[in-house]
Design a protein around this ligand. Structure first.
Ligand code: F0G
Length: 435
């Protein structure tokens, strides 16, 4: 199949070579997407090949992204690939969380099992491969933490210099620590995510640094693998709902594109519905969709949430996400800080755990089930986007009743679990444990 970059705007649809260094359409400013043309591979053969590759020891086949490489054939030479064996993330049943949400059952596709602990690795291995193919020496991103951790790891593994820009004081230490350890040139900017993205776009152009934010269409191609791997793991049985948190909305657009293309390729027979969950204080996509027809997209100027991963007021990928939510008959919900914190503790009680942004999924599902928008019998998969260890401060503060919302109001430790200080005394400890 041949690969090209095409402007996403229906009125434009300008085409560019796959090797052009572009993030937006030079003609109209629209988002770009990778499009493939030519004979579609046989679906049955693809399913067989992808399954067989799980037995292989070849690095490309061991990657839970590149195993599915026929599904995003933008590279001409796989020697450009750097893999840390990303993907390969489990689908976990979680009865405790299901009961909490009012569902008969729920499964979590846990992207926190990735090499740097988030779904960003699925996209980053593709973005880094494209950077290598283009001969780039430096790569950059603005990030709420996970993208920068991932980019730092993949760039360093590939021998490129990672340069990261983060909103000062607004990312968790787990994520910042990863970037430092993976050797990123780390700039903490006194501005929010949206402001820094505008800054980084200017600097990337000026300094010839390749931009690896999710406006980069190759990141989106890689994140499609999350949906393909999920369907492969379910023997291609399509769930009723796929639920994910929404920040910059890159993942929503990647999931939707993957699902549409899987249907076009004959890999699945119908589309699941996408439900995107945002944090109440950072919910421009929710507000836009609930304003009704003819509404104008209005960014949130000062986004607020303790789920810092999704603290984004002006998500760049909203036009793509809108198409995907609409095409799948999906919906968008918002949840409060208290709802996120409690849902997160419930995911923890399943022995699974995740970071705050990921827990917005369960909080949103609970709300949607109680409103009757999701049926209690439905087959629901929630995507947990980040690892529990990404933000330990949040966890400690919640369980000890010290967590405060972005406006300073206390968050109840509804499912708190206080550690207890005890003397070095077997009798007293035995008494305390009731033995
Ligand atoms: N969950 C986690 C853990 C994230 O890190 C992000 C985004 C999202 C959800 C939202 O995904 O932006 O595709 O809608 N983190 C980005 C970053 C913005 O810089 O790491 P999205």
């Amino acid at each position: 199949m041949t690969a090209e970059l095409i402007c996403f705007e229906r009125a434009c649809r300008a085409r560019y070579a796959i090797t052009e260094v572009l993030y937006n359409c030079p003609k109209c400013g629209g988002l770009l997407e990778a499009v493939y043309e030519g004979a579609v591979p046989d679906a049955g053969q693809m399913k067989k090949t992808w399954r067989e590759r799980r037995m292989s020891n070849a690095p490309l086949d061991q990657s839970g992204v590149w195993r599915y490489r026929e599904f995003f054939p933008f590279l001409d030479d796989y020697r450009h690939v750097v893999t840390l064996r990303e993907g390969n993330t489990p689908v976990l049943d979680a009865p405790v969380a299901a009961a909490y949400a009012g569902l008969k059952r729920i499964a979590f596709k846990h992207q926190g099992f990735n090499p740097t602990g988030s779904f960003k690795d699925n996209g980053m291995t593709c973005g880094a491969a494209q950077a290598m193919r283009l001969g780039m020496k430096r790569v950059a991103c603005v990030s709420t933490g996970n993208t920068s951790a991932s980019m730092a790891a993949y760039a360093s593994a590939a021998g490129m210099q990672p340069v990261i820009f983060i909103p000062h004081g607004n990312i968790s230490y787990g994520k910042l620590a990863q970037a430092l350890e993976y050797g990123a040139r780390t700039l903490q900017v006194e501005a929010n995510f949206d402001q820094i993205l505008a800054l980084v776009r200017v600097l990337a152009e000026r300094l010839g640094i390749y931009l690896l934010n999710s406006i980069n269409p190759f990141r989106i191609e890689g994140q499609k693998s999350i949906m393909v791997e999920l369907m492969d793991q379910r023997d291609w049985r399509v769930p009723d709902w796929i639920v994910l948190p929404g920040g910059n909305l890159g993942n929503t657009s990647a999931f939707g594109k993957a699902l549409r293309e899987m249907k076009e390729w004959g890999l699945i027979d119908r589309l699941p519905r996408l439900a995107v969950i945002q944090a109440e204080g950072s919910a421009p996509f929710y507000e836009f969709l609930h304003k009704g027809a003819g509404a104008v997209f209005t960014p949130v100027e000062h986004p607020k949430t303790l789920a810092t991963a999704i603290k984004i007021g002006d998500p760049v990928s909203w036009p793509k996400a809108l198409l995907e939510v609409t095409t799948t008959g999906g919906l968008v919900e918002k949840v409060s800080e208290q709802e996120i914190a409690d849902a997160k503790a419930q995911i923890g009680l399943c022995g699974i755990g995740c970071e705050p942004a990921s827990a917005a999924t369960l909080a949103g599902i609970r709300k949607l089930v109680s409103a009757g928008a999701i049926d209690g019998e439905a087959d629901v998969v929630a995507v947990l986007t980040g690892n529990v260890l990404k933000d330990p401060d949040y966890i400690y503060h919640y369980h000890t009743g010290q967590l405060k919302g972005p406006d300073g109001a206390g968050i109840r430790a509804t499912f708190g679990n206080q550690p207890v200080v005890v003397p070095n005394d077997a009798e007293r400890i035995a008494a305390l444990l009731g033995a």
